[in-house]
Structures are given as structure tokens and as C-alpha cells.
Write a protein that binds this ligand. Structure first.
Ligand code: FE2
Length: 406
């Protein structure tokens, strides 16, 4: 590196000076970022929400959050009007607003459901056999489903051939996140026999201590391909807990919460839930694996959990529809996913050629991504005439733009 350090740096920029003027009480936003809220108060005011030790056998009969029942058998909840699986979108909106979730009855048809489950079980077995299984304290996870079966790309696109409730899910997701949202991740969450409960959390937790008070920034869609209940690890949920989070507000305090329930649902049901709802994987006390699959979706400027632009298989990308490419983050826009500045002029809409970053991924796949490095007017002809990938992307966008106009 060229040494451009001045011979005498002003004293105000010396690390010692900066440190001396940065006492804890003087720092910007320190109490907010360090508050640990609202999770800290959630645990202080609800000690039964403390996760179990993974070094000791799981304890039952002492009121742990995992030690519960389905809503209709729970003394606290059985008389409350908790969401029931339905195909009525009007009821779903009411349930979602009041309880933080709704249940879509037969969101997967019996055939879709069977194919979905079989694929998950086979894949889980294959990953075990290959020695690349991803095991959590709750059970095996199968990640990046898009590369592991045609139906999963269909689910991300809300294609009714893969998920018959697709159009309804798309409508609810558009309403919740605003159009233009992208897919955060799509993976199968296993609760294996003898596993531990997941610590209760909210899926938009990475935003904390910020809390979005109106709409969530993340919404989750859980595909339930086999019956779930209190025995086989039905998801633990505190119904309506999104409201306690909203009431706490950014950096605020969560007061006493009502108890958890285990989700009870028939195979084929889809759970659609608010990113602020407090929930976690339940404990599977049966002797068979239990899988659900979660597809979270987020605002298009957020960093996605799965880095699809790296992971999606080339053949799947080559066949992907504009909608799928958009949901995987291949449609750059001014504030997200630009590559060497390409995409800053993108509007984020499907098929906008000025946001299509496939050129870069294809160049990576072909091993000929040519990045722009240090240049000047007097750089060598070889450097100036190189087939830069960003130049290719710009030419492709111009051609696409013309095509769209004619
Ligand atoms: Fe979660």
C-alpha cells in the first residue's frame, strides 16, 4: 500500500485522544444498543422462559415453556378464540392481527403434502449418509431447499402447482411486507426424538432492540407436511405475544406473558406468522422424526439469511422465472444487492434489466468474472480493453431495455 500518512497527524485523531473522549456515558446510543431489550425483560419478568441447559436431561413437571399442551387442552387457553385452520382469508387477517398468526387449512393438497414430506425425509437421510447433516439441539435441519427438489422453488414462487394456497399466501405476504419483498430463507426444521426445545425468539430478532410498531419487517410461512401436536414437537407459540413486543417498543420492557401452547395442525396446514411473534421448536417425545419447513420473507433491502446469490444451483438459476429470480435477490435495486454499482439504477421490479445481476453470477460460474481494479487514463491498453463484467452487464441491460421498449 502506498504510504500517504502525513508526517504529523492532528492530536484529535490520535487513538489515545479518541479513547479519552469516549467514556461510556458520552457515547452515542450506547444505552439503546446495549439494552438487551426487550429480551432481557422478557426473561426477567418470565423466568419460565429460560432455555434449558443442553448439558443436562430435559426437566418436565416444573413449568418450563416446553412443558405445555395444545391450545384446546390448555387450561389457560381452552376458552379463548385461538386461530383454527381455515380457508377464509377474511378470518386469517383477523387471526393474524389479533394473535400474530393464522392457519391455512389444506394449504398443501394431499398429493403436494405427501411429496413434500417424502422429499424432506429422503433428503435428511441422504445428508446423514453423506456425513453433511446439520444437527441442532432440537434436531436435523435441511437447508437451502431450493436445490433439493423442484417443489421448493415452486413454493417460493407461490406456484399453485407446488402449493395450492399460493395465490392466497402471495396476497397476505404482499399486504404484510408491501410488494417487492424477497425470500429470507427456506429450510426444514427437524424436531428429532429426544431433542431440546429451541429458545423462544422472534424471527425479526436481528432488528432488536428496534421494534417495528406497525407492520413486521419479516413474515414467516411454515409448511406443515405431517400432523403436529404436543407429543411430536408442535411449534411452541405464545399467542398474541407480538402485541407485547409492540407495546414494549424499541428498547422497551416486556411484562408478564401468558403461557406457551404447542401448535396443533393436520398435515397440509400452513402457518403464516408475524416476525414479532414469540415462538420456538417444540420437544419431540415420539419415536419418529418431525419436520416442518419455514420460508421467511423480508423487506427487499434486508440482508437475507440464505445467501441465494451464492448458493442457488446454476441449472435452477438458468430456468428460474423472473419472479423466482426477484425473490432470490437477483433483482438489484438502488438500496440492495448492487454489484460494482450495477443495479443502482434498478427499480426493483420484475425483469428490470438495470437490476438483473445474473451476469455476475454467470461469470463466477464460468470462472471469468473480470472485476474493475485500479485504473487511470494511462493504464495499459490491455487493462483498458479488458472485457469487464460490469461492462457486459451494462451492455446487456441496454439491449434488454431497448427490447422492452419496442
Ligand atoms: Fe423462528
Amino acid at each position: 500500500m502506498e504510504d500517504t500518512a502525513p508526517s504529523s497527524i492532528p492530536r484529535a485523531f490520535w487513538p489515545e485522544t479518541v479513547a479519552a473522549w469516549s467514556e461510556a456515558q458520552d457515547q452515542l446510543f450506547r444505552s439503546f444498543w446495549r439494552s438487551g431489550q426487550p429480551l432481557k425483560s422478557m426473561l426477567e419478568n418470565n423466568p419460565w422462559l429460560q432455555p434449558p441447559s443442553l448439558k443436562e436431561p430435559l426437566v418436565w413437571g416444573q413449568g418450563g415453556y416446553w412443558d405445555t399442551a395444545v391450545g384446546r387442552e390448555h387450561a389457560y387457553w381452552q376458552d379463548q378464540d385461538l386461530p383454527q385452520a381455515t380457508q377464509d382469508i377474511v378470518q386469517m387477517r383477523k387471526d393474524f392481527a389479533r394473535w400474530g398468526y393464522c392457519l391455512i387449512e389444506d394449504g398443501l393438497s394431499p398429493a403436494q403434502c405427501q411429496a413434500f414430506l417424502q422429499r424432506l425425509l429422503n433428503q435428511a437421510e441422504g445428508e446423514m449418509a453423506a456425513g453433511i447433516q446439520q444437527i441442532t439441539p432440537s434436531g436435523q435441519y435441511v437447508n437451502t431447499l431450493i436445490n433439493k427438489g423442484d417443489q421448493f422453488a415452486g413454493c417460493i414462487q407461490h406456484d399453485p402447482r407446488a402449493v395450492q394456497a399460493g395465490p392466497l399466501l402471495e396476497q397476505l405476504t404482499d399486504e404484510t411486507l408491501g410488494k417487492g419483498w424477497i425470500c429470507h430463507s427456506f429450510l426444514a426444521n427437524g424436531a428429532d426424538p429426544g431433542g431440546y426445545p429451541q429458545a423462544l425468539h422472534m424471527d425479526q430478532g436481528p432488528l432488536l432492540p428496534w421494534v417495528t410498531e406497525e407492520a413486521p419487517a419479516l413474515v414467516n410461512t411454515m409448511f406443515i407436511p405431517q400432523d403436529v401436536d404436543a407429543w411430536n414437537g408442535g411449534t411452541l407459540i405464545i399467542p398474541g405475544s407480538h402485541k407485547a413486543v409492540i407495546d414494549a417498543g424499541g428498547g422497551g420492557v416486556i411484562e408478564a406473558l401468558p403461557p406457551t401452547i404447542n401448535l396443533e395442525a393436520k398435515a397440509g396446514t400452513i402457518l403464516f406468522f408475524d416476525g414479532r411473534l414469540i415462538h420456538g421448536t417444540g420437544v419431540n417425545r415420539s419415536d419418529r422424526k418431525r419436520f416442518v419447513a419455514t420460508m421467511s420473507n423480508v423487506k427487499p433491502w434486508m440482508r437475507t439469511q440464505e445467501n441465494w446469490v451464492v448458493s442457488v444451483a446454476p441449472d435452477i438459476l438458468a430456468q428460474a422465472s423472473p419472479k423466482l429470480r426477484h425473490r432470490l435477490g437477483f433483482q438489484a435495486l438502488t438500496y440492495g444487492s448492487t454489484v460494482e454499482g450495477f443495479g443502482l439504477a434498478g427499480n426493483g421490479r420484475l425483469e428490470d434489466p438495470w437490476g438483473d445481476i445474473r451476469t455476475f453470477r454467470e461469470a463466477v460460474d464460468q470462472g471469468d468474472y473480470e472485476r474493475v481494479r485500479s485504473l487511470s487514463g494511462s493504464s495499459s491498453p490491455d487493462q483498458l480493453q479488458r472485457n469487464y463484467t460490469v461492462g457486459q452487464a451494462m451492455r446487456r441491460a441496454k439491449a434488454g431495455h431497448k427490447r422492452q421498449k419496442t
